[in-house]
Structures are given as C-alpha cells and as structure tokens.
Design a protein around this ligand. Structure first.
Ligand code: PMP
Length: 406
C-alpha cells in the first residue's frame, strides 16, 4: 500500500530480527514503545565513544562538542514540530514529565479557585493526574470532556463546557486506546476564544503523522522520544514563546540559574530555566537520529502506508469470531484495542506471545476511556511503519486458533 516499503525500515531495526518462543518477533506493542533503528543505537554509541562530557560548562573541547550535540538535538526537535525557534523546546524525560512541568510551573501561576481545566476522557493518566494534583493545590477543578459512542470527543459538549472559567484544555493528538485523532486545531481555536490555553499530548501522534505546532496554534505540545523510534528517558515540551517566557522554575539546581546567593538567586532564561541538573545528555542525540531516520522516509507516505495497514488490520480482525475493536472514529492512528468473547485480555496476550507476537493487555493507563466502554481491561495491537500485512495475518491467524480451541 502507498509509496512506502516497510522492508526499508525493517532492515534498519535489529530487534525485529530476533525470535521469541522460537518464532520471529512480531512487535505490535508500538503504543507502549517503538523499536530502535541502528541509526539511533549507533548515534548513542558514537556519542559515548567520542563526545561524552557535561554541557554548558568547562572551556574544553568535549564540553563544547557535547553542548553542540545537545543543542543540535533541540534544534532538530523544533524543526520536527514546526516550532519557530529551538528556544521554544524544553527537554524532559518524556510526555509525563512535560505535563507535570506545565502543571507545576504554568499551572501554579495560572490556576486559582474556581478555575477549570477541561481534560478529554480519552486522556492517558499522565494527562489527567498532574492536573488533578495541581487543581487540588490551587482549588481549581478538573472537568472531563465526554466521548461519543464511536470514541470521538463530543464537540458539542466541549463547546458547552468552555467558559471564561476555563484556563486550560488538555487533549491528545491521538488516543493510545482508541487511536482517535481529535480535531485539535478546531478545538484549540475554540478554546482560545475563551482565553484558555491548550496542551496537546502528542505521545501517540508524532510517530504517525507530521505535526506543525504553529499551524495547530497549540500553547503546549508534549511527546516522548521512545514512541518515536528514539531512546527512553528523553522527550520534549514545546511552549509558545510568550507563554514559556513567563514560566517559573519548577525544579532548582545547576544549569537553570543565573546567579546564586543565600540572599536569593536569579534564573537563566528559558528553556534552560526549566532544565535543572544534568539530564539525559545523550537523549537528544538519539532523538535527533530517530527523527532524521523517520523523516528520511517521506513522513506523508509513511502515514498513508500506516492508514492502509490499519484499515487492513481492522477488516482482518473483524473476521475473528467474537472479536470487537473499540471505537470507530474515522480519523485514527494505528492503535487497535479489542476484546474477544470468552477470553481474558491477559490470556490473549499470553497466547499471542507463544507465537512470538507482542501485544499489550490491561487498562493502557487510560482507565476513564476504557471504562466508557464498560471495560477495565482489553488487548491492544498498535502498529508502526515497520509492521506488515503478513504480520497482521499472523496476528489474526493466532487469534483464530485461540477461538477455535475455546
Ligand atoms: N500520553 C499518551 C497518549 C501515551 O500513549 C503515553 C504513553 N503510553 C503517555 C502519554 C506517557 O508517556 P511516557 O510514559 O513516555 O511519559
């Protein structure tokens, strides 16, 4: 399907060539984390073999080179997200830390008694709980935006919930349970009419389709490198320059200061003000390699391939007796969460594992979204650019055999 050949990607990803339980690995747990191309692995090894140093300090060659590599990663993230300047990018451990950063820094200054944070029911726990924590502290309220039966966000309800009490809207660019891609640009425009800020959780989006934060007009955009073929431990927060400028430190330490004195300290400009201590210095190097690897393929052709593969998988899964895929929103990424009559989700995952097929079972850190479908647990197959129609066939074949043996 499309103008993209998944074999081009597969040959770069060493782990896809190992076996599990005597069978070739079929990695369908990309929603949890993606596998890494050798370009990423080699970039990390190269960094530690040639460049390793702490950054922004010490007038020696390696410190300069490591700083350049780190800041080069920041510029690459800015380019990847369509941000106007690298200064709009703050490195974090991932999506979770980025949301907590916004809640603890921006939230503490901008939320007060009676204020509301509208959070979509699709959200991952990492885009719910940080808001609950800061809301409690600031006596603000977290208000869920309901879903429609097909898994889309109820836009009429959203419009009704918006008011001048709304300070923030938190919404995923793609759901990790239903794959739903909400109309984030339209939601943002509407929220802005009420003066609310919008945080977009791009954790499940960035690997699947091109993102342009300026076109979305998002105030905050967050993602994790490890879901984008990059390393764990690195992710990013994009914030609009005027918003970021006003954000207070959320952690204190080295790198984030201007001048320290026991009578009081002053702080570095953003983004450094929000990056205390020695972070994951190799992370931006690996992340940059991952973004360069992904964009080397023509992101739009990849997106078209994944869409076709997802449609193929939906149809193939529908042929399994008693199997139901959650959500039927037309705009979706390659996430297929399903139940099977008479089968416990964890038993489905264990059965598939015997065939070398990795899927996730559980609540997928999105209990409200699953509960909307009356479930506490489900199985999830999530696809990436290196997955193939043959692998989908293997999944379906294995599920058929599970149903046959009862
Ligand atoms: N948001 C979404 C939509 C996700 O899928 C995930 C990861 N499953 C997260 C946030 C959290 O990402 P991380 O654990 O990398 O911080």
């Amino acid at each position: 399907a499309g103008g993209f050949d998944p074999e081009l990607a597969r040959r770069d990803v060493p782990i896809l060539h190992r076996t599990v339980n005597g069978r070739p690995l079929v990695w369908l747990d990309n929603g949890a984390t993606t596998q890494k191309p050798r370009q990423v692995i080699e970039a990390l090894a190269g960094y530690y073999s040639t460049t390793n140093s702490n950054i922004h300090r010490g007038a020696h060659t390696l410190a300069r080179e490591a700083t350049e590599a780190y800041e080069g990663g920041r510029a690459a993230v800015a380019g990847f997200l369509g941000a106007a300047s690298p200064d709009s990018i703050v490195f974090t451990r991932g999506t979770t830390e980025a949301v907590n950063l916004v809640a603890q820094s921006w939230g503490r200054d901008n939320l007060g008694p009676g204020d509301e944070i509208l959070v979509s029911t699709l959200e991952h726990h990492s885009d719910i709980v940080p808001w609950q924590l800061i809301a409690k502290e600031r006596k603000a309220r977290v208000v869920p935006i309901p879903l429609l039966p097909d898994g889309q966000i109820d836009q009429t309800a959203f419009a009704d919930l918006l008011s001048f009490r709304t300070q923030l809207v938190a919404v995923s660019h793609a759901s990790n349970v239903l794959g739903t891609v909400p109309p984030v640009k339209e939601m943002t425009a509407l929220a802005h009419r009420y003066g609310a800020r919008v945080l977009v959780d791009g954790a499940q989006a960035v690997a699947h389709f091109p993102v342009d934060v300026q076109d979305l007009d998002a105030d905050f955009y967050v993602f994790s490198g490890h879901k984008l073929y990059g390393p764990t431990g690195i992710g990013a927060l994009y914030a609009k320059p005027d918003v970021l400028e006003g954000m207070r430190p959320w952690q204190g330490g080295g790198n984030m200061i201007d001048h320290v004195d026991f009578s009081g300290s002053t702080f570095a400009p953003v983004p450094h003000r929000l990056e205390a201590g020695t972070g994951d210095l190799s992370g931006p190097v690996g992340l940059r390699a991952a973004m360069e690897w992904l964009t080397s393929f023509d992101h739009r052709a990849v997106a078209a391939y994944e869409t076709a593969l997802t449609q193929y998988a939906q149809q193939a899964l529908a042929s399994v007796p008693g199997l139901e895929v959650l959500g039927s929103a037309p705009e979706r990424v390659a996430v297929l969460t399903f139940t099977m009559a008479g089968q416990d989700p964890s038993a489905i995952a264990s059965w598939l594992d015997q065939d070398g097929i990795a899927v996730r079972a559980g609540h997928h850190c999105a209990q409200p979204a699953l509960r909307f479908f009356g479930l506490e647990s489900a199985a999830r197959a999530s696809l990436a650019l290196y997955n193939t129609a043959e692998e989908v066939d293997q999944l379906v074949d294995s599920l058929m055999r599970l149903q046959e043996q009862g």
